[in-house]
Design a protein around this ligand. Structure first.
Ligand code: EPZ
Length: 421
């Protein structure tokens, strides 16, 4: 098992290039099923999840060309009609986002069989909203031996859909399916994360007729077929937030490049509220160590609210304040697994249900810790950067799922960080 070892208290000085967004890349990859033409994605991060989605798509008849991924962050996906429509359990269990092949397969092949994605560390994460919405377009579903089997013999037909709760993945699945359904589909209560807007931009470049309206509403006119496209994946806003916190808690100065400020307005307002020292450029940001003295009450919310994927990282920042803060996790029912690990490093965080109280802790000390879920595990890296002594982080495969070249980026700025077998 690989581990990451960090010796804390090194100042960080240098530039970090933000990678492409994992959560934009995964649905974009699934969209390759919607056309027989090549879909070329630039600025794709070289992450474990990208390879996992590539394997899922490969098993469904998509040619996943990753020869340019390591050097140039480019992948090419070409779907060849095939009789395969089964997304196997041993692939899907590795990554919940595999469920995103369901809508495209149903639209193209009029059938699909996708393993139920196991729940994961952060909660049950059912897919009822995906299934119910696709059923409204004509999908007939049943669950057999842990697989979601569905078919639409007559093809999908447009419908009016009201999503019962805001779901990123369900929104992506239903939009992709509706692009090839007959007639018009109106969907209300969609998620509007930047990653979804990026998917919509790519689908439109592929010939889809999509009209995004205000108030979480979208209209889609089905077309007979979509053609290929070349698309640049948006930068990863969660990675930006993570490195802003790294720059705010360590001596020195970090300059972050490849930032789309439209995607992080909500983040920046929280950081400005905390008097984080930031200096904006056109698409870059400089951040320096900041004296955190305020206390805040923060709720994780669907975009444009504060993202749940940054909740764990915020706990490290708020632990350095000399007053207590509160974070309420409103998206997932069990996303505090990082708290015991942070407390073992000296944090003083109490959790009561979905509420966490982050008390001042006056600093961290190195320890042996365990990564749990992909986003939270980077909070352990943040704490390690300022901890006294050495920290060893186990199960770093969680980190490799969400952060491209993490230790290279930090080491290039002076962090004492290395990966060991
Ligand atoms: C996406 O997950 C992201 N993953 C998550 O990032 C992110 O935390 C989450 O959105 C919220 O922003 C990707 O984009 C690949 P949801 P998703 O459907 O689509 C419940 C990462 O890897 N729900 O918006 O799975 C669900 O249980 C991850 O970076 C249902 O009840 O999130 C959750 O409590 C961590 N039924 C809430 O909705 C459903 O059918 C939000 O889930 C679907 C979801």
């Amino acid at each position: 098992m690989e581990k990451i070892v960090i010796v804390g208290e090194e100042p960080l000085q240098g530039t970090i290039a933000i990678s492409g967004s994992k959560n934009a890349s995964l649905p974009l990859m699934a969209a390759s099923i919607l056309t027989n033409d090549p879909l070329i994605l630039n600025n794709t991060p070289n992450l474990a999840d990208i390879h996992t989605m590539g394997s899922v798509l490969d098993s469904l008849g998509v040619n996943f060309d990753k020869t340019n991924l390591i050097e140039n962050n480019q992948i090419q996906l070409t779907y060849k009609e095939s009789n395969k429509a089964l997304a196997e359990y041993d692939l899907v269990r590795k990554m919940r986002a595999s469920i995103l092949v369901l809508g495209p397969l149903l639209a193209r092949k009029r059938e699909a069989s996708v393993s139920m994605p196991g729940g994961c560390a952060i909660g049950a994460r059912p897919v009822n909203i995906h299934v119910d919405a696709l059923a409204k377009l004509g999908g007939e579903f049943n669950l057999e031996q842990g697989y979601i089997k569905c078919e639409a013999k007559a093809g999908l037909k447009g419908a009016k859909i009201e999503l019962p709760m805001i779901s990123v993945g369900a929104t992506e699945n239903i939009i992709m399916a509706a692009t090839l359904a007959k007639g018009e589909t109106e969907i209300n209560n969609i998620a509007i994360e930047p990653e979804i807007i990026d998917l919509i931009d790519c689908l439109k470049a592929m010939g889809a007729l999509i009209e995004l309206q205000p108030n979480r509403k979208i209209l889609i006119q089905g077309v007979d077929e979509l053609h290929g496209a070349t698309h640049n994946v948006i930068p990863d806003r969660i990675e930006v937030g993570t490195y802003i916190i790294a720059g705010a808690i360590t001596e020195g100065e970090l300059e972050l490049k490849n930032i789309n400020f439209d995607h992080i307005e909500n983040l920046l307002s929280v950081f400005e509220n905390l008097d984080i020292n930031m200096h904006k450029g056109d698409n870059s940001l400089k951040v320096n160590i900041s004296d955190i003295s305020k206390s805040i009450e923060l709720d994780t919310r669907e975009f444009p609210g504060f993202p749940t994927d940054l909740q764990a990282q915020m706990m490290v920042l708020l632990s350095l304040s000399n007053s207590s803060s509160v974070i309420r996790e409103n998206i997932f029912e069990n996303r505090f697994m990082h708290v015991p690990e942070l407390n073992r490093m000296g944090a003083n965080i109490e959790t009561i249900g979905s509420k966490a109280i982050i008390n001042s802790c006056g600093g961290f000390s190195g320890a042996q810790v365990m990564a749990t879920d992909l986003r939270a595990s980077v909070s352990l890296v943040l704490a390690s950067l300022i901890a006294k002594g050495e920290t060893t982080i186990n199960r770093v495969y969680h980190l490799d799922r969400g952060y491209e070249k993490l230790e290279n980026k930090l080491a290039s700025c002076g962090a004492n960080i290395k990966r060991i077998q």
